[in-house]
Design a protein around this ligand. Structure first.
Ligand SMILES: *Cc1c(COP(=O)(O)O)cnc(C)c1O
Length: 396
């Protein structure tokens, strides 16, 4: 058996393969430069163009571009009128920003446990967490696989509350043949460089509800009812501030990049799916490696490829597998430390281990493998080889 790099053996590859990487080409650069030479650097025509192309992509009536995925979540929760004292049910298996956006509005995140095979929030746990104070469900499409939107939508409907979707992982995903973006009351996307397409930093909220879209447009512009571009067109100085908003505007420079990136999404998504399928096929022969279950009524956006280690089949823990794979120059990662276990949340909400046992148990076993569209066949082969090398060395 080959000696592990962590024990002084030769690494599977000479350079670190990151878990995710953006792709910017000459067309993207040209689009940005053209905007830099134009009249409008922000609140200009590129914003609307990018929003319209994005709306078409996700099949939603309205899209509102903002300067981060976190801002998109904040705007979505503001739009459905989340207020201090309200409760919003969400998943612990996510990036902290999901739950943070609830706290920004003075509301309380309530963590519902996940399903053991997909690590998406469990509708039964959500149902059990609904109280008279609950005003919304904030579901996360973990790794890119849509959450149980039908079940969660029914729960929201019968409770008279909103369903907001954190689709930061799920641009291009579908649920029962419908694209993610026009299904929940509001869907929030991120265009951070590790995500499907990038605008440097950025986010997008999508909705089919005109009123909610209007509220999100105010919210990203200080709570003001018209923007600079509209006033220029109307030759008017008049505006009104009607709510406390923020400056969450996404500049035209970034929108030009997003519009150009969007043209490549289809090809990138196909490549992500292809790599994910290659991994899943290869891991069938490795009992210590369990990919997440994929439900047959939806397609994943494949932002992340997450596996669960069968720790009963290994004589080491996840930390040692992680270190050994990093030594082989495979940039594995862990998504995520359950949000309720972060010191801030323990202190703020009094959460503790035991609150979401399925998520906590999964956290001990998960590993994210590299997945991005510009990975070569050789890169994919290296990952499979390294995972096989490390897990067979550590197998019982
Ligand atoms: C990336 C991400 C966010 C935040 O997006 P930003 O653009 O970084 O603010 C929120 N939720 C999830 C699940 C994410 O992965």
């Amino acid at each position: 058996m080959a000696r592990l790099a962590i024990d002084g053996g030769k690494a599977v590859r000479p350079h670190m393969l990151p878990y995710s990487h953006h792709c910017v080409d000459e067309a993207d650069i040209t689009a940005v430069v053209e905007t830099l030479r134009s009249e409008w650097l922000t609140t200009g025509p590129m914003v609307r163009k990018y929003e319209e192309a994005f709306a078409q992509q996700v099949v939603a009536t309205h899209t509102v571009a903002v300067n981060s995925g976190t801002a998109a979540l904040h705007a979505a929760l503001f739009a459905v009128d989340i207020r201090p004292g309200d409760e919003v049910i969400t998943s612990p298996m996510t990036f902290a920003a999901t739950a943070n956006s609830i706290l920004y509005l003075g509301a309380r995140p309530v963590f519902a446990d996940v399903q053991p095979d997909t690590l998406n929030v469990d509708p039964k746990a959500v149902a059990a967490a609904i109280t008279p104070k609950t005003k919304a469900i904030l579901a996360v499409d973990y790794t890119g696989q849509p959450a149980d939107l039908q079940e969660l939508g029914s729960l929201a409907k019968s409770a008279g509350i909103a369903l907001i979707e954190d689709a930061a992982h799920a641009l291009g995903a579908t649920y029962r043949t419908r694209p993610v973006g026009g299904i929940s009351d509001v869907t929030a996307f991120s265009t951070h460089p590790v995500k499907h397409i990038t605008t440097g930093e950025g986010g997008m909220s999508a909705t089919n509800d005109t009123k909610l879209a209007q509220r999100m447009r105010w919210f990203r512009n200080h709570g003001i009812t018209s923007d600079h571009h509209q006033r220029a067109e109307e030759d008017s100085w008049f505006y009104e501030m009607i709510a406390l908003g923020y400056n969450y505007r996404l500049p035209d420079i970034n929108c030009a990049l997003g519009l150009s990136q969007l043209r490549k999404l289809g090809a990138w998504l196909a490549r992500r799916t292809e790599i994910a399928e290659q991994y899943s096929e290869a891991f069938k022969k490795m009992p210590a490696i369990q990919p997440l279950a994929q439900r047959s009524d939806r397609t994943s956006g494949w932002h992340l490829y997450v596996v669960q280690l069968d720790l009963d089949a290994l004589r080491v823990d996840r930390a040692q597998v992680f270190a050994a794979l990093r030594a082989e120059n495979i940039g594995v990662n862990v998504h995520y430390i359950p949000v309720h276990l972060h010191p801030f949340y323990r202190q703020k909400l009094g959460t503790a281990p035991g609150l979401c046992p399925v998520a906590e148990g999964a956290y001990e076993r998960i590993l994210t493998l590299p997945l991005f569209p510009t990975m070569s066949e050789a890169d994919v082969k290296d990952v499979v080889e390294a995972v096989l090398k490390v897990t067979s060395a550590f197998s019982i």
